[in-house]
Structures are given as C-alpha cells and as structure tokens.
Design a protein around this ligand. Structure first.
Ligand SMILES: C[S@@+](CC[C@H](N)C(=O)[O-])C[C@H]1O[C@@H](n2cnc3c(N)ncnc32)[C@H](O)[C@@H]1O
Length: 346
C-alpha cells in the first residue's frame, strides 16, 4: 500500500491495483488498461464509428470511473496527454511567457501539445484573445490554464465527463468567466447553438463511442466560420479510418488540415521515459496508471520496447509488465499515429 495524494494534497491510501478496482470492481489495473485496448478495437469495427446506445452508456461509465480514479490519485499540475516536442513551439511559447520551463514545475511537453493545437489555426494569438474557446475532454484543466497564460482575455471553458477531474479543475484553477470547467458529455455538449468561436480537443475523442455525434455537437455549438482543432492518438490504421468515416456524416465541418505529428510526440515520449528525465525525477511517485499509459503508448507509437529505445537495461520503471507486446522494431510499425486536425464550421 502506498500513499497517493488527492487534488488538495491530502494523503489517500491506495495501491496500484486499488486504482483499477475502484474504476471497475474486481479488475486489476492491468485488466482495466487492457479494457481500453479492447474498447478501441471494438470501436474500430463499427463502420461509422457508432455503437448501440446501451453499449455507449457502458463505455462512458467505464471511462468516467477510470478518470475519476485517476483524478483522485494524480498530483496537482498534471496533464493527461503524451506531449509534443518542437524547438520552434518552445521558442514561441517562451516569446510569450519568458519564464516558461525555467522553474521545472512541469517538463513543458504537454503544454507544447496544447500550443500546437491552438497554433495550427489560421488566427493570430491576438485575435484569439477576443474569442470564446471550449476544450472538450479537458481533464484536470491544466491545458486550458496554460493557454490562459498565453491568451489572456480569451473566455475559456473546459468540459469533461469526469466529475472528479472537473471538481479538481474548478477548485484549483477556475477564474470566473475567464476560465471555468463544467461536467458533461462530448456527445451532448451542454451549450447553445452557434455560441462558441473555437473548440479544441486534446487526446480525448479516442474515448467517444460515437465520433460522428461528437462532431455534430461541435458543428452545432460553433459559430459559422469558427474552428475545431483536434489532437489525437489513433492506435492503428483502422482507428484513423473510422474517424474519417465519422467525418463524412457532418457536412457543416470542412476539414482543412491533417498533420501527422507522430515524430514530435515520439520525441516527447522518449524524453519522458529516459532515465533521469523530469518525468522520473518529479513524477517517480505518480500513479502507475500514468506511467503504464506512457509506456503502452510509447510501444504503440515507436514500434519498439521502451527498454530498447532507452538503449540500456530496463530500469525499475521499465521492468513492469507491459500491456502490449513491443512492435516489429521500426518506428510507427504498429500503424499507430498521432495527428493534428483542423476543421472550419461552414
Ligand atoms: C487522455 S485524457 C486528456 C485530458 C486533457 N485533454 C489533457 O491533455 O491533459 C482524456 C479525457 O477525456 C475525457 N473524456 C472521455 N470521454 C469523454 C466524453 N464522452 N465527454 C467528455 N470528456 C470525455 C476523460 O474524462 C479524460 O479527462
């Protein structure tokens, strides 16, 4: 039994297997992680990215429970994405926030992914400062909190399925109408028609059982001419094809950009998993749930085992059982990709 801390820094007695169990009674963490792999495979088999209503509800309940547990056991100032590493992005962020990355609170890689998501829109940062922005699947709210430093003036709202994540974000980060967080479902966005200038979503839509319905909701809530910017992991070619198929049913979104950013995400993952990294130094005691997720995604995106990539014998963190076998050895050989996509509301 080890001591985790909740969002307020209180000690919570919980072991790794408890995290899995509390999300899904009777299941260990590893079985739970395996559940997500199977879920992705099951979703991939649906031609239009849809599953029957009953299944959808179950999928969401499992996802909510999983992230509710993670929110309790994740330290403050945590992101739940794989990160992005680019010297240009870093330089540009530092132009706006000179002290960014100098105090070592985070390794800055997840912030770079948020920045890349915003930056791909054909809008100047000054223009964004006049606008409203919704982050669907905002997690603990750190991404929006970071963007609010880059874009003071933008009215930002985060939406997430997990009440614990939203509770934590509201307790720590909310600042009136400048930055707020609400609990809700991406497939039924709790906002009026045509009221939002920009919708973003970072590493979240992979969990939605009905991607077409999500995109319809994005189209409904965006103002005409507004943008939808998405960063997401596709665990195999079918996952990407399923997304393309879901897009076909949503005429009001015109897709104007798709960029494979797997190289930048791999660089970030590699940096995080190397011995001596910020991740190791500062997050050595984060829940196994986060470490295991990184290792699994590294294997998927890099097509090789973490230990091989590290070029040395596995450290303690790498010796833990993995949920997927390593790929064939060449980067990207698993068919996984990480992409930035951009659409405009017609
Ligand atoms: C991998 S995390 C990413 C969180 C955040 N965007 C970040 O980068 O730190 C995925 C998030 O999507 C949320 N999510 C999953 N399904 C959802 C749904 N149907 N509606 C809203 N949020 C959902 C989860 O609760 C979780 O917080």
């Amino acid at each position: 039994m080890s001591a985790w801390r909740d969002a307020e820094g209180r000690k919570v007695a919980m072991s790794v297997s408890d995290v899995g169990r509390s999300a899904s009674p009777g299941k260990s963490f590893w079985e739970h992680n395996e559940y997500f792999r199977q879920l992705a495979t099951a979703l991939a088999s649906g031609a239009a990215g849809t599953t029957p209503n009953g299944d959808r509800a179950k999928v969401k309940e499992r996802t909510r429970n999983y992230y509710d547990s993670a929110a309790v056991s994740t330290r403050v100032q945590s992101f739940w994405n794989l990160g992005y590493s680019s010297a240009d992005a870093l330089r540009e962020i530092q132009d706006h926030i000179p002290e960014f990355g100098r105090h070592n609170e985070t390794d800055g890689l997840s912030e770079q992914l948020y920045f890349a998501t915003v930056k791909q829109m054909p809008l100047k940062l000054d223009e964004l400062a006049e606008m409203s922005l919704l982050d669907v699947g905002c997690g603990l709210g750190e991404g929006l909190n970071f963007l609010s430093r880059m874009l003071p003036g933008t009215r930002m709202v985060g939406l997430d399925l997990s009440p614990n994540a939203v509770g934590s974000a509201n307790a720590r980060l909310a600042r009136g109408s400048a930055l707020s967080f609400v609990c809700g479902d991406a497939e039924s966005i709790p906002f009026d028609d045509a009221g939002i200038d920009v919708v973003i979503s970072v590493e979240s839509a992979q969990f939605y059982p009905d991607n077409r319905r999500f995109l319809q909701e994005v189209a409904r809530t965006l103002k005409p001419g507004g943008y939808f910017s998405q960063a997401d992991l596709y665990i195999d070619d079918e996952g990407w094809e399923r997304t393309l198929s879901a897009r076909k049913g949503v005429d009001q979104l015109e897709w104007i950009r798709d960029k494979d950013i797997s190289p930048e995400v791999r660089t970030a993952l590699t940096a995080r998993l190397m011995p001596g990294s910020h991740f190791h130094r500062k997050f050595g005691d984060v829940p196994q749930i986060a470490r295991a997720s990184l290792i699994r995604h590294f294997d998927l995106l890099c097509g090789q085992s973490v230990a091989e990539a590290a070029g040395e014998r596995p450290t303690k963190i790498f010796r833990r059982r993995r949920s997927v076998r390593a790929g064939a050895g060449s980067p990207g050989s698993t068919g996984a990709s990480y992409r930035l996509s951009l659409a405009q509301r017609t």
